[in-house]
Design a protein around this ligand. Structure first.
Ligand SMILES: C[S@@+](CC[C@H](N)C(=O)[O-])C[C@H]1O[C@@H](n2cnc3c(N)ncnc32)[C@H](O)[C@@H]1O
Length: 303
């Protein structure tokens, strides 16, 4: 599985911002955060301990998901607007300064950048930016508010809109609804979808990916356990203003590796969902499949 190491300055920021919170307090707040997420409720991050729990237990994971998703961008944005920024996780992924929009006063200024205190349901005038992102925030809005925010975000993006949500059935449902809406608005899908046709994923399955994150000392204090890593599941979408050439396929599961055979579950441009059986007969395809991972684009004909 792909990993996304947490940059040293981000680790330092998390340690610094949480230094006053005792281990026991952190563990209680982390449990409350998990309980809220399990119940599908936006957590109330209105205490220093709750925010510390978010920084320690969620920021490395959302950072890692954002890193993997934005690696698919076909250009390097020079301006970036992030909506529902929390502590500004996107700022650690973007290659340029970010304008953050966040309603929770306590987060403003946590990450360097330009901060605007605003409600996503009533956005003030905002300048257009090349990239606009909404990460792990659609799920905190009421159903009727999501399409309005997607339309506004799409309008503000001059090149790309990036959406990242938890890789759950519900998170994917938000991404899929946004996908349909964006196609109607004239978007060119770039990743992970290889096509603009109706999404072929059917219940009870859902389109999601995973990234592995090293667990920090603080993470172990907050959530217990000795495991040295955790896996974050995420769903995402990158929609472009200009026509794009997405990869003709996307790997939707861990490749199944047998002796002399690799099985790939793919979403493809021409055939929708399909299982590919790669054998050593086609040497180039075999070599590519051996290195392939869940979430990677699949374009065997380009090898
Ligand atoms: C789960 S956090 C995600 C933070 C960050 N984007 C990340 O990926 O780590 C969701 C953020 O959206 C913000 N949010 C939720 N509803 C909002 C609204 N109506 N207006 C502005 N921000 C909102 C919350 O305050 C919270 O900081």
């Amino acid at each position: 599985m792909q990993t996304a190491p947490i940059p040293h300055p981000l680790r330092e920021l998390i340690e610094r911002e949480t230094a006053d919170i005792k281990g026991a307090q952190l563990a209680v707040a982390a449990e409350a955060l998990s309980t809220a997420y399990r119940a599908g409720l936006p957590p109330a991050l209105n205490t220093a301990a709750a925010r510390a729990a978010y920084l320690v237990t969620r920021v490395p994971a959302t950072y890692a998901a954002l890193t993997r998703a934005t690696a698919e961008l076909p250009f390097e944005p020079e301006t970036w607007l992030d909506l529902g920024s929390g502590p500004g996780t996107t700022g650690w992924v973007a290659p340029c300064d970010v304008t953050f929009v966040e309603t929770n006063k306590a987060w403003l200024g946590t990450t360097p950048g330009r901060w605007i205190e605003a409600d996503l349901r009533r956005l003030p005038h905002l300048d257009p930016h090349e990239a606009v992102s909404i990460s792990y925030a659609l799920n905190e809005l009421a159903p009727a508010e999501r399409p309005r925010l997607i339309a506004e975000a799409w309008h503000l993006a001059t090149k790309a809109l990036i959406l990242v949500e938890p890789g759950t059935v519900e998170g994917f449902a938000h991404i899929r609804a946004a996908r349909t809406q964006l196609i109607e608005l004239g978007a060119h899908l770039h990743a992970p979808c290889p096509h603009q046709a109706a999404c072929p994923m059917t219940d009870p399955d859902w389109c999601h990916f995973a990234v592995r994150i090293e667990r920090t000392r603080l993470h172990k204090i907050a959530k217990g356990g000795d495991l040295s890593y955790e896996d974050e599941k995420y769903s995402y979408l990158i929609a472009l203003k200009e026509p794009s050439t997405p990869a003709p396929g996307r790997i939707l599961r861990h490749p199944k590796i047998h002796s002399g055979l690799i099985e790939l579950t793919l979403c493809t441009k021409d055939d929708g969902l399909k299982n590919a059986r790669i054998t050593k007969k086609n040497k180039d395809e075999w070599r590519t499949a051996r290195k392939a991972d869940w979430g990677d684009p699949w374009s065997p004909e380009a090898q």
